[in-house]
Design a protein. Structure first.
Length: 162
């Protein structure tokens, strides 16, 4: 997952192999609005197997998906959205893959995952750890006793390939 802004050098992104999904060689790029991305940058990214995820369209898609799945209507919508976003960033397809859907359900219903406070800050930490591990870079977690280092890693480890 890579956050794209207007000052990014597209060729540096395309040539960075550490960003690639090892399963299919793709890279997810989060953009605010695909239509605002210059066409040359968009075409260069798409031709290099980048998956452009427009934030505005992604938000609408998540709302539609959550309304279709009746088995999740008792869970707070915000938690569903956060888990869906995290799993998509990690490359899981909960719509078309039963194993990935079961991971999603595990994170929603099973203890200790259902009790984990999935904040935006924690999601950012998990994404950073995930991509550092994928790139074989060392990761050091530091913090006070009881601040949630182990819980964060246990939650992240529930996703395959981490």
């Amino acid at each position: 997952m890579f956050l794209l802004n207007q000052t990014c050098n597209i060729h540096d992104i395309i040539n960075n192999n550490n960003l690639m999904n090892p399963t299919d060689g793709s890279v997810s790029v989060l953009v605010a609005d695909k239509s605002n991305l210059p066409i040359d940058k968009r075409q260069a990214l798409e031709n290099s197997k980048f998956i452009l995820i427009p934030w505005n369209e992604e938000e609408e898609r998540r709302k539609q998906m959550l309304s279709i799945n009746n088995y999740m209507k008792d869970i707070p919508q915000k938690k569903q959205e956060k888990i869906t976003m995290l799993l998509r960033i990690l490359g899981l397809d909960i719509e078309h893959n039963d194993i990935h859907t079961s991971i999603f359900i595990t994170l929603l219903y099973d203890v200790p995952y259902c009790n984990y406070a999935l904040t935006f800050d924690n999601i950012l930490k998990m994404v950073a750890i995930f991509f550092r591990v994928r790139a074989n870079l060392p990761v050091i977690l530091m913090g006070e006793t009881g601040c949630g280092k182990t819980s964060l890693l246990q939650y992240l480890a529930c996703a395959p390939g981490v």
